[in-house]
Design a protein around this ligand. Structure first.
Ligand code: 5AD
Ligand code: SF4
Length: 443
């Protein structure tokens, strides 16, 4: 019997959550999990297609695995599976199984078909009613921080993005289920939940159930209040979409101390011309208005963002608009991406491609700017007391422990492994480009 399963996960937190969910189902069906791919009878790759490089990685891995002496069953799941479908069997003959993004709960049944001798098994179907979003706590990646999907898919169709095609339309999970899961996680000792979705603030469940007693201008801010009332120590949420970023989200953060002081709000570009061509549905000024609401909160909210450089047609003036916006926003962190053409998206048909050399030079210029701004932001933390969830020993020094602050910054401090899973106050003594260092003054 093919009994040991190894899963490799690429890409975003949604994929991490899907892997946890797949493992829950596989174990229930009697499979054992292994962390060594060469011991596995079944190898599944949970894939990402958001940029071309991520996608190429999958096919490189398949050809490595093909040579494994155990000849495992090889399955491709996740976004590449959904998008490429049966063509994966042609491109990589070693693949036995293709599992779409909504078929995670059906993997055991698909594997049984392979065991029964069927070849090239594929499932690109939708999630079925009654299939659970639940994850067994034993399968979660961290015993302290749990990802809780609240919405899947995307209806925004930004012109560069493959997600609406790989993950389908937005589907929100019921508030009753979400709150019940958070309560369960809390009773199991989890300290932090991260509510995840491509656009969490577009949360729109089929019914009001579970939200009746919570006021708020949008279902998402009501959900935030409902989750806060579970009493779990820390709640983070990502990613927010600017057009749907209602100021009431900031009000909720101000009312509920266990909602963490961090917002991830991708802007993608600072040029109105490019934003229009990206079909983002917001201008730079719209974005800055949201930033103003966030920055003027007495709660001191950290703000992070994503930017794409080298989108087709982006000229030097557009890029300078982006540089100006970044200077103005003073992001606590910024993920910068070089535009990657994804076939099937509207932007793939645009001409005026930006050369690789130009993309690279814009990437480096923006990165340099962000580093210089971030250095100041991080240095400004010196002397402050941050609340840190201690996650693990630091990779750099065994005398140090590391974790994240409520504002989602990496914080290191002198400590020991008995502190793992606890929340400590750390007095910051030093700011580094991407992390802070300090002294634990409690816990
Ligand atoms: N090229 C480059 N970056 C992309 N992203 C999404 N699609 C592309 C693409 N085609 C980036 C966006 C998004 C982040 C998750 O990935 O910045 O916010
Ligand atoms: Fe992609 Fe835009 Fe949807 Fe984000 S909002 S997942 S960038 S289409």
């Amino acid at each position: 019997m093919n009994s040991k399963v190894y899963i490799e996960t690429f890409g975003c937190q949604m994929n991490v959550a899907d892997t946890e969910r797949a493992v829950t189902g596989l174990r229930k069906a009697g499979y054992e999990m292994t962390s060594a791919s060469d011991e596995a009878d079944v190898v599944l790759m949970n894939t990402c297609s958001v940029r071309e490089r991520a996608e190429r990685k999958v096919f490189r891995r398949v050809s490595e695995l093909r040579k494994s002496p155990r000849h495992p069953v090889i399955g491709v799941m996740g976004c590449v599976a959904q998008l490429e479908g049966p063509s994966i069997f042609q491109r990589a003959a070693a693949v036995d199984l293709v599992i779409g993004t909504q078929a995670t709960d059906r993997i055991p049944a698909l594997l049984s078909r392979i065991r029964a001798g069927e070849k090239s098994v594929i499932d690109l179907g939708e999630r079925q009613p009654g299939e659970i979003w639940d994850v067994s706590p034993a399968e979660r990646r961290s015993p302290y921080v749990a990802f809780v999907p609240i919405i899947e898919g995307c209806n925004k169709f930004c012109s560069f993005c493959i997600v609406p095609y790989s993950r389908g339309r937005e589907k929100s999970r019921s508030a009753v289920e979400i709150v019940a899961e958070v309560k369960r996680l809390r009773s199991l000792g989890y300290k932090e939940v991260q509510l995840i979705g491509q656009n969490v603030n577009s949360y729109r469940p089929k019914s009001d159930q579970g939200l009746e007693s919570y006021a708020g201008a949008t279902p998402f801010s009501r959900l935030l209040r409902a989750v806060a009332e579970t009493g779990i120590e820390r709640i983070k949420f990502t990613t927010s979409f600017p057009r749907d970023f209602h100021p009431d989200i900031v009000s909720a953060l101000e009312e509920c101390p266990n909602l963490c002081n961090w917002v991830h709000l991708p802007v993608q570009s600072g040029s109105d011309r490019i934003l229009k061509s990206m079909r983002r549905g917001h201008t730079a000024a719209d974005y800055l208005r949201r930033v103003e609401t966030i920055k003027s909160s007495p709660r001191q909210l950290a703000l992070t963002s994503d930017i794409i450089v080298g989108f087709p047609g982006e000229d030097e003036a557009d890029f300078q608009d982006t540089m100006r916006l970044v200077r103005e926003c003073e992001f606590d962190g910024l993920y910068i991406f070089k535009y990657s053409k994804r076939s099937g998206t509207p932007a793939a048909n645009l001409d005026q491609a930006v050369s690789e050399a130009e993309k690279k030079s814009r990437f480096l210029a923006l990165e340099e700017l962000q580093i210089s701004l971030q250095e100041r932001i991080y240095e400004n933390q010196v002397g402050r007391k941050l609340s840190v969830l201690v996650e693990r020993q630091s990779a750099r020094s065994s005398a140090d422990m590391t974790g994240h602050s409520t504002c989602n910054k990496v914080v290191n401090f002198k400590g020991d492994t008995t502190q793992r899973g606890s929340i400590v106050d750390v007095l910051i003594s030093e700011g580094k480009p991407n992390s802070l260092y300090g002294v634990a003054i409690s816990g």
